[in-house]
Design a protein. Structure first.
Lengths: 341, 341
C-alpha cells in the first residue's frame, strides 16, 4: 500500500478513509484532522490559553503535542489519582513529555490535595470507581482552569470514546446527556469552554501518532476500569466497525448533524435549577455539590479510621453561578467513558 | 429457580425481568406481553380482521398462535420466496400450523405470481437479496390486505429485531426511518394499519413459546441473510445485553418514550412528495414504484434468457394515493432487518 499523499510506502492504513500514509504524511494527516475539528466546532483561536487534561496516556499526550505544534498556547494538567501501580508511572510519562517538549505541567494530587484516592473516595461516596474518578477530574479541570486564568480546557476524547459515549447515552435515551455531548461546550459564568479536538481521530490513530512521534505513554488500561460499561460499548462498536469501516465516524458525525436537537429542552430545564455550591462555587441543584460531598464523605471515612485530616479544598472565589460539573454532572461533558485524559 | 407466578419449578428464565416461569405461566406471560403491546399502542380491537405475515419461522407462528388464542380474527399470509432448500420447508411449516389450528392461510408465490425469486429479482434490480426480499414482502403484505379486506397487517418483529433496526437507524441517523419505526403505523388512504405485537418479547422467548406450545417451525436462518448488517447489529446488542440484562428493552422503550419526535419533519416532507404508482397504485415519488420496477426488470432479465413471460402483477384498483411501501420504502416500516415474518 502506498501513501495517499506522497506515494511513498505506507506505514499505516486508515480503513475508514480507505487510505494509507507514510510516517510523515500520517503526522500531517493527524494535524489536519485536529485543525479541522478545532475550526469546524469553533474550539479555540490562536492567542487563547488552553489547559490540556493530561493522563499520561496516548490520547492526551498526542493532543498536547498536536496543539503545541499547531501553535496553540497549551499547558498540561496532570491529576494524580492515587491508583497503586498505575498513577505513579502515568505521572512519570506526563512529566517526561513536558520536560522533553519544554511545556508547563500543572499538577494536582488527589490524596495530597483533597485527602482521598479514587478507591477510597468511591467507597466513601458509594459510587463505582469510574464515577468518582470522572467527577473528581471534571471538577478539578474546571477549577484549575479558573484559578490559572485559562480560556479553554481541552480533553483527549477521541472518536472511539465519543461514539461509545453516544451509544451509551442512546441505549438509555438520556436526553440531558445527549444534549451536552458536543465537541465544544461554551464557557459560562466564569467557567472555561470545554473542547475535544481529537474527535476526528480514532484511538488506533492517536496510538500510532505517539509511536511515530517517539512519545512514550502509559500503555496499560486503568486497572479500575476493567469490565465497565463504556468498554462494552466500545467492543460492540468495534465489531460493527470491523464489518463496515467508517460506521463509527458516520454514527458520530450523523449525530452532530442530525441529532443535535435531542434533549435541548431537558438540558435547559436542568440548567434553570442550578445554583452555586456554597463551598466551592460550582453549579449544583443540591445543597452541596457532588464533588464537595465526595470530599466531605471521604474525610469522614478517613477520620473514622483515626487518620489525620487532610487539606480542605479551597473555594473558587471568583466563580458565581457558573456552569461546570456538578451533582450527577449536568454541567459535565457526558455520562461515562472517562474524562478524556 | 421457581416460577414467579405459581412457585412451581421454572423451565425458563427471563433475565431482563429477573424472573423464571413454569411452562404454563410462561405461555400466560407471553399472552400478557402481546396483549399489553396491543393495548399500549392501540394496534387493533376485537372484531377487526388481521392478516398475519407468516414465514414459517418461530416469530410469525408464535404471533399467529397468540393472536388467535387472544380471540382475534387472524388469517395468515405466506409468501413463497423461491429460495432453494429454504422456502419449501418454510411453507410446509406454515401450512401444517394452519391445518392444525384450523385457520386460513393465504398464499402468494413470487416465482408463480410475479415471475421472479429473491435471487433473480435482486440480481435484475441490482439490490442485495435482503433488500429485494423486504421490498417484495412489504408490497405483497399491503396488497394482499387491501385485496382481502383486512383492517391490519401484523408482522412478527420481536424486541431483538426492533432494537437491532433501531441501532442501524441510529448508526446512520436516518431520520425518516427513525420517524417510521413505530410498533403501530396507522392505515392511510385505503392501506391497512401495520402492527408489531411481539415488540415486548425477545426472540429467545418466541422460540421457547413455540417449543412449549408444540409448534414446529423453520429453525434455519435464511441462507441469503448470512453476513447482513442487521445480524451484526443483533450480535452487538446481544453482547451488551449479556453484560446488562434489560439493555435492549430499555433502549427500545426509551426510544418510544423519549426519541419519538426524531425525524417527524423529514417524514412529513417525504410524504408530501408521494403519488400513486400508475401500475399498482402504491405510493411512490418515482414514475413507477420500486416494486413494479423490480418486477419489470426481473421480467426483462428473464426474457433476455429466452424464458417465457410470467403473469404480470395486477394493479390494486381500489387504491388511490395510499401510504404503503414504495420507492426505497418511505411508506414501509423500517430500513433493514427483515420483514418480521
Amino acid at each position: 500500500m502506498k501513501c495517499r499523499s506522497c506515494r511513498a510506502k505506507a506505514v499505516i492504513e486508515v480503513r475508514r478513509h480507505n487510505a494509507g500514509f507514510c510516517a510523515e504524511c500520517f503526522v500531517t494527516y493527524c494535524r489536519n484532522q485536529v485543525s479541522r475539528a478545532i475550526d469546524e466546532h469553533k474550539m479555540m483561536v490562536p492567542g487563547e490559553r488552553a489547559l490540556v487534561a493530561v493522563s499520561g496516556g496516548k490520547d492526551s499526550l498526542a493532543l498536547w503535542d498536536l496543539l503545541v505544534d499547531l501553535g496553540y498556547d497549551a499547558d498540561g494538567l496532570y491529576i494524580g489519582l492515587g491508583i497503586a501501580g498505575y498513577s505513579e508511572p502515568s505521572g512519570t510519562y506526563a512529566r517526561a513529555f513536558a520536560a522533553q517538549k519544554g511545556t508547563r505541567l500543572v499538577e494536582v494530587d488527589l490524596p495530597r490535595d483533597f485527602g482521598y484516592d479514587v478507591r477510597s473516595g468511591a467507597a466513601a461516596d458509594k459510587r463505582v470507581p469510574c464515577s468518582a474518578c470522572g467527577l473528581s477530574k471534571r471538577h478539578i479541570f474546571d477549577r484549575s482552569a479558573v484559578e490559572g486564568g485559562y480560556d479553554v480546557v481541552a480533553t483527549g476524547h477521541n472518536l472511539d470514546d465519543e461514539a461509545a459515549v453516544l451509544l451509551g447515552n442512546l441505549l438509555h435515551w438520556d436526553l440531558a446527556y445527549l444534549a451536552r455531548q458536543r465537541p465544544a461546550l461554551p464557557g459560562r459564568d466564569g467557567f472555561p469552554r470545554k473542547v475535544k479536538p481529537l474527535v476526528r481521530l480514532s484511538e488506533r490513530e492517536t496510538a500510532a501518532y505517539c509511536i511515530l512521534r517517539g512519545i512514550d505513554y502509559q500503555v496499560e488500561e486503568c486497572p479500575m476500569s476493567a469490565g465497565n460499561k463504556h468498554l462494552g460499548y466500545k467492543d460492540a462498536l468495534n465489531a460493527i466497525e470491523e464489518r463496515s469501516p467508517g460506521s463509527k465516524a458516520a454514527f458520530y458525525s450523523g449525530f452532530l448533524e442530525r441529532g443535535s436537537g435531542l434533549g435541548a429542552e431537558v438540558a435547559e430545564q436542568e440548567r434553570e435549577g442550578l445554583h452555586p455550591c456554597p463551598s466551592c462555587g460550582a453549579p449544583t441543584v443540591a445543597p452541596l455539590c457532588a464533588f464537595c460531598r465526595l470530599v466531605e464523605r471521604a474525610a469522614r471515612a478517613s477520620s473514622d479510621k483515626g487518620e489525620p485530616p487532610k487539606r480542605i479544598p479551597v473555594a473558587v472565589a471568583t466563580v458565581g453561578s457558573g456552569l461546570g460539573p456538578r451533582d450527577e454532572d449536568p454541567g459535565g461533558q457526558e455520562r461515562a467513558g472517562g474524562s478524556g485524559t
